[in-house]
Design a binder for this molecule. Structure first.
Ligand code: CA
Length: 480
């Protein structure tokens, strides 16, 4: 029995030094020591802006830092050999490695094409705001630097539904190509949220499906990854991953892990997506992230009784990957909604020590973010250790007070001395009586976070009166 713990092993502002795969390799033993069992690595293929590309500006998915394209052989993170070496090093430490899979769009085409397109309203993609007209678009991908190695497939406008730049008029506009419809079965924001950025793949085109399947198998064979983090799933036909992941699992095994990024604070949308896709993947618990964000900005007035309401971990814990922040929510990024510093240890206490969900630790929280002078989250390594050694057994929840809430874990015999009692407060400090288990009767507990100096003795009924300071977290464990 072990607790799975994921780590997102990158943040947006890593140095553009092609050294990150080496850092991954070197960090593997330490990560395993801290209980990390899953590592999500950034997109490994060549992006449109070369060595500066974080990886989401996908140019050539067959170029994992091997070909002289976009002004560089390595990607921002290093070369193909270094990527594969990093994956192996992690796997040797018992860590499963997940690739970051971006299939929604392409960028940085090699050539332009003249096509007929209609301009669409950004706010309502079903509304045409022009007639058909000829435009010049960057949609032809010939990959001259790769010269057909691994695949001779070349992309052209027929493989896309639309794009957002007319070179002819030097104009930013949402362009839908003649004969194309936005893929149905996507998020309904803006009428239809198929289009996100770049050249949007037409998932209804059989040539696209065939190529993505071929590439997926090549990527699995080449890298040996154990799972995938799927980017921007709300912008891709909801039927697509059912089919595509099905093919990948036929090839690699049914336990091949997948977690999707469906970016919405509305838990109903996540539940709908899970149902529409036959629950073929887990989802990041975005609603929970926004709960943490709101609570951290609540100035101590957030009603903590509702902290977990309408989150994925509560409605379908089996499919929830819980997290506090990521590369998109960090300061300066597209979905900026960074949880405030004081609340971070409280949020990590919840996701790491509760029963529900697989927690994902953000690189920027673990190491800090030098670009923005952000320090590592204090106590995070202690919480990871607590997850590894103490967070086992039945859970009892006490979300019953506007400020002071918590839960206990009873522990399990296979993990000696396991069990804990967590209390957090967004307002003044306080105490709460909680049941931690009769096997602890007469034993003393101490605060592993070292915020409260006193010891607490568990009563004959298996309950203790645990304490937390204001705006803080305490995690009480058996004193050995
Ligand atoms: Ca799309």
């Amino acid at each position: 029995m072990k607790n799975e713990t994921m780590m997102q092993y990158f943040e947006w502002y890593l140095p553009e030094d092609a050294q990150h795969w080496k850092r991954c390799k070197e960090a593997a033993p330490e990560l395993a020591e801290h209980g990390i069992t899953f590592a999500w690595l950034p997109p490994a293929y060549k992006g449109a802006t070369g060595i500066q590309d974080v990886g989401y500006g996908v140019y050539d998915t067959y170029d994992l830092g091997e070909f002289d394209q976009k002004g560089t052989i390595p990607t921002k993170y290093g070369t193909k050999e270094e990527y594969i070496a990093a994956i192996k090093a992690m796997q040797e430490q018992g860590i499963k490695v997940f690739g970051d899979i971006v299939l929604n769009h392409r960028m940085g085409a090699d050539e332009q094409e003249k096509v007929i397109a209609t301009k669409e309203n950004w706010g309502n993609r079903f509304q045409d705001i022009s007639g058909e007209e000829e435009v010049e678009v960057w949609t032809k991908f010939t990959f001259p630097g790769r010269k057909g190695k691994y695949s001779d497939f070349q992309w052209n406008w027929t493989h896309f539904d639309g794009t957002d730049w007319d070179e002819e008029r030097k104009e930013k506009a949402l362009l839908r190509f003649r004969g194309k419809e936005w893929d149905s079965g996507v998020d309904s924001e803006n009428g239809n949220y198929d289009y996100l950025m770049g050249d949007d793949l037409d998932m209804g085109n059989p040539e696209v499906m065939k190529e993505l399947e071929k590439w997926g198998k090549w990527y699995l064979d080449t890298t040996g990854i154990d799972g995938m983090r799927l980017d921007a799933v709300k912008h891709i036909n909801f039927e697509f991953f059912n089919q595509w992941l099905g093919k990948m699992r036929e090839y690699k095994g049914t336990d091949f892990f997948a977690v999707g990024e469906y970016w919405s604070p509305d838990n109903n949308k996540l539940m709908n997506y899970l149902n529409e896709t036959g629950k073929c993947m887990q989802l990041f618990d975005v609603p929970l992230h926004f709960k943490f964000f709101d609570a951290s900005h609540g100035g101590g007035n957030y009603d903590m009784r509702g902290l977990l309401l309408n989150t994925l971990m509560q409605t379908d814990s089996w499919h929830a990957v819980t997290f506090v922040d990521n590369h998109d929510t960090q300061p300066g990024q597209a979905l900026q909604s960074f949880v405030m510093e004081w609340f971070k240890p409280l949020a990590y206490g919840i996701i790491l020590l509760q029963e529900a969900g697989i927690p994902c630790v953000f690189y920027g929280d673990y190491y800090g973010i030098p670009h923005d002078n952000i320090s590592p989250v204090p106590g995070l390594k202690t919480l990871l250790k607590l997850r590894k050694d103490y967070a086992y057994g039945p859970q009892h929840s006490y979300y019953d007070h506007p400020d002071v809430v918590g839960f206990t874990r009873e522990g399990m015999p296979e993990k000696e001395n396991s069990g804990l009692a967590l209390l957090i407060s967004d307002g003044p400090g306080g105490s709460k009586q909680m049941y931690v288990g009769k096997q602890f009767a007469g034993k003393t507990f101490r605060d592993a976070m070292e915020k409260c100096p006193e010891k607490i003795t568990i009563g004959e009924d298996g309950c203790g009166t645990f304490r937390v300071e204001g705006g803080s977290i305490s995690v009480w464990i058996l004193e050995e």
